[in-house]
Design a binder for this molecule. Sequence first.
Ligand code: SF4
Length: 438
Amino acid sequence: MARKTLKLYGLQHLDILRHYRDISDRALHEFSVVGKVLPFRVNNYVLDELIDWSRPDEDPFYRLTMLDRRMLATSDFDAVERAMRNGAGATLADVAAAIRRRLNPHPANQMTTNVPLLNGSGVSGLQHKYAETCLVFPSSGQTCAAYCSFCFRWPQFVGDRSLRMATDESQRFVSYLREHKDVTDVLLTGGDPLIMRASVLRRYVEPLLGPETAHVTTIRIGTKMLGFWPYRFTTDDDADDLIRLLEEVVQSGRHLAIMMHISHPRELETPAARDAIRRLLAIGAVLRSQSPVVRGVNDDTQTWRELWTSEVRQGIFPYYMFVLRDTGPRAFFEVPLSRALDIYRGAVSQVSGLARSARGPIMSTDMGKISVDGVADFGGTRTFVLSYVQARDAEWVKRPFFARYDDTATWVDGLQPLTASDRMFLSRPEPRLARAHH
Ligand code: SF4
């Protein structure tokens, strides 16, 4: 098979868009203004094989990866534009930094609440929120083959290292995991850990396969490579090394779960994606898919119905439909909870039982993963029925609770508890510096 080379394009390559569509100088300028605040990266696969250039403005992948002036408030857009005109670098950087701080760069208090301690100091690049699962952020995997403009990890991509979570070189996360026998699942995440060379990824995976971490029975890898660069699994120069490493996980008797971020069924249709799926299934990896509902990308029933149906046909388990997190340009992309629920119900009621493994819509919050289960009428009051799928307090899981129906609410902070006893399920926990070492 012919080898493809990944070509990355950032803000400095905006002119490349002229090869694909009619675009005015003004539109390119607006793009670059927004790009001073939010990250932008696209690649040759997304440009050549995903985006339908006959109608780019309606295309889900154009919407997913490109920038739009409506992502910034008008006053913020004007402030960046003014700073660019003045040509004062420091001022522009300050303006951009101030806007970023207002865009809630760390939703769910990730920088402070979930970092565990080992021998009294925080283990960088590790998050331990739920007892059985640890998240590892490999330092070389904190970027992606293209960027989703809505991404809740966007602060990692804008060059501010203080906003970035990543392991240090000493790999203390391995020592932490050796001591925590309650951890059964390790999720390597990013960014996209598969952006790393196979030889670098091996440094993270191999230590987990030994007898001291026999309690780690599942290794999950969160990735969007299938959608953004499927050649990672097939023709990249170290694709065979990567597949061999993944196969070693399976051979060690562990469950290897590739947690694929798949936004739209078209991602599964290219020949490269199909080859990649077949290759992963052949080594015994289990493929699961998850994605948020994003306005203009996949906010309709038909898209989810096709997505889940196509996934099942190709051997992927539908896993989560998420609600967009409360960060970044959410106002541009968000979908009301009531609408997300309608989309979920509409799609799930039209697919076979095998595709109904998808849970949703789910808000991943400080307190845990909240599922919007339905709408009910209590004595004339329309009410959201909610429950926790995962919670910091395991007692909360699968206990229904209620909030007043509001068709404009897009996140948990827009919900009013129905009664006093529902209040605790919706209030944020006290900030905790770290999970105790035990
Ligand atoms: S692939 Fe995932 S981590 Fe990367 S930009 Fe998209 S949503 Fe964010």
